[in-house]
Design a protein around this ligand. Structure first.
Ligand code: URP
Ligand code: ZN
Ligand code: ZN
Length: 498
């Protein structure tokens, strides 16, 4: 019919589904002026005068960046004490999209006694009909039985679950050093990456018991009990374990100078040790926990925010290559009995649910305070919030880059948009934001996910459940050992025993 004919003629004239014009493109390595043509969800052209498209976006005065990848967030996940996060895959992904993200990587968390397969099936089912942006899943391993190590992990890695987090603290999650070595060995053999929550559990318990015995129960003592030494000791130990078996490792949510230093030092010694940090270590301090009543509970996360000097050290680490990844560690527990106060309104600091929300504010905060204030370049911003995560976690070049053939995951940023962060403007399911009242300059106006406009004019444009699962590629599986003689004693001797 006439209408169909007309549509066909228009489609023929338009080379692209979508064309982004007049914007400045910024990747992790360069900045340049060009148009981007998108067809069937992929970037199919980058250049000048690309022609016509069904939809043209005029990005005059805007920055055209790869969509963000939030590589650390807890979504529809039970904590070690079995409290459910406030965000499910719908609210979590919507919030992420409004903050400029087009991919996120939550966790499928194993609790002791559970099979990993069961855990993964549950997480996939939870995500399937809800996520609005694409997602991969890391595993959390708390019970590395022989079956988990020898059967489940190798087959799950092959299926695209190529990274797993382990905990050195939290009573119900922590593994011991021997178990960590077992996990690192499997990761090395199959090309997976081990992410480590590095805090010394014994140190934290030892201090906590003494504080509580003296009646020091308030939220501010959370920061006292989680000493920076507990973090730096555990980070060094974790790095040495990785070194023993020549495995890759990423230390997550680093809060302090000493732990940061050991990561940089390890990489200077040519070990593949990566570092991640988060907004809470740049924009909060232990003073935020020291407030009237239980208000400080809003800022209880582990490791805790430290002091001004630590903030400076973390900024330095973002600049000097200590950290490759800047993630939110979005761990949303509401300021009520369903979350923070699951153990009661007057519970002592060590019974308050750990974690802060931050999916939607992660990129605007770093953009405003980092790029806007000249602490990092726009290209470093792209690397830290998107490209490096894609590379480290096996999503590159499909995600995290603006090149021909990659998914058209694009955030169009207005660098002049000034907003005051308020809980009401955010799209997560939380009842507070730790950044309430902070003024930021720069926020994405349009977010594009696989060529689809996901967010525009402060409105969600994509359907519930339209995000896709991303199986990821393992790295360097079965790589050769860098040791020539199997008998020469060396520091990574353990690698010969795998
Ligand atoms: O306090 C935090 N970070 N809670 C979330 C779980 C974790 O350890 O990352
Ligand atoms: Zn953690
Ligand atoms: Zn976390």
């Amino acid at each position: 019919n006439w209408n169909e004919d007309r549509k066909r003629r228009i489609r023929k004239m338009n080379k692209y589904d979508l064309l982004i014009k007049n914007g400045m493109i910024h990747t992790a390595v360069e900045s340049f002026e060009a148009e981007i043509g998108v067809s069937e969800g992929k970037i199919t052209a980058i250049g000048q005068n690309l022609g016509h498209a069904e939809r043209v976006i005029d990005a005059e005065g805007m920055l055209v960046l790869p969509g963000g990848i939030d590589a650390h967030c807890h979504i529809e996940q039970e904590s070690s004490t079995r409290i459910m996060t406030a965000d499910d895959f719908y609210s979590g992904s919507v919030s992420a999209a409004f903050g400029g993200n087009t991919t996120f990587l939550p966790f499928a968390a194993q609790h002791r006694g559970q099979s990993l397969r069961e855990v993964v099936d549950t997480a996939r089912e939870r995500a399937r009909n809800k996520a609005v942006i694409d997602y991969g899943l890391h595993l959390i391993i708390s019970d590395p039985t022989q079956n988990v190590l020898e059967e489940e992990l190798p087959s799950l890695i092959k299926e695209g679950y190529t990274s797993f987090k382990v905990y050195m603290t939290y009573e119900m999650l922590k593994i011991n050093d021997g178990e960590m070595l077992d996990i690192l060995a499997i990761a090395r053999r199959h090309g997976a990456l081990t992410m480590v929550h590095a805090e010394n559990n014994e140190v934290i318990n030892w201090i906590s018991e003494r504080l509580i015995r003296r009646g020091y129960n308030a939220p501010k003592f959370h920061a006292v009990s989680h000493s920076p030494l507990a973090e730096s000791e555990a980070s060094r130990r974790a790095i040495d374990l990785a070194r023993l078996v020549d495995a890759r490792m990423l230390i997550v949510h680093v809060s302090d100078a000493e732990a940061a230093h050991s990561i940089l030092q390890a990489r200077n010694n040519e070990l593949t040790i990566y570092g991640e940090t988060c907004p809470q270590y740049l924009f909060l301090t232990a003073k935020d926990l020291d407030q009237e009543g239980m208000e400080g509970a809003k800022y209880c996360c582990s490791p805790p925010p430290r002091d001004k000097a630590s903030q400076e050290a973390i900024w330095k680490g973002l600049k000097n290559g200590t950290f490759q990844v800047f993630s939110s560690d979005h761990a949303p527990y509401r300021f009520d009995e369903s979350g923070k106060f699951h153990a009661g309104r007057d519970a002592s600091f060590n019974k308050i649910a750990n974690g802060v929300p931050g999916l939607e504010t992660r990129m605007p905060l770093l953009f405003s305070e980092g790029v806007g204030k000249g602490r990092i370049t726009i290209n470093e911003f792209v690397a830290l919030t998107s490209t490096n995560a894609a590379k480290i976690y096996g999503l590159y070049p499909r995600k995290g880059s603006l090149v021909i053939g990659s998914d058209a995951d694009i955030a169009i940023w207005d660098p002049k948009w000034v907003r005051t962060i308020k809980k009401e403007m955010l799209h997560d399911n939380m009842d507070y934001t730790p950044y309430e009242g902070m003024e930021v300059k720069g926020w994405p106006r349009i977010v594009i996910s696989r060529g689809r406009i996901a967010v525009e004019e402060e409105t969600l444009k994509v359907d519930r459940g339209s995000g896709e699962f991303l199986p990821r590629t393992p790295a360097e599986a079965g790589r050769e050992l860098p040791i020539s003689s199997p008998l020469s004693p060396s520091r990574n001797f353990g690698a010969k025993l795998l």
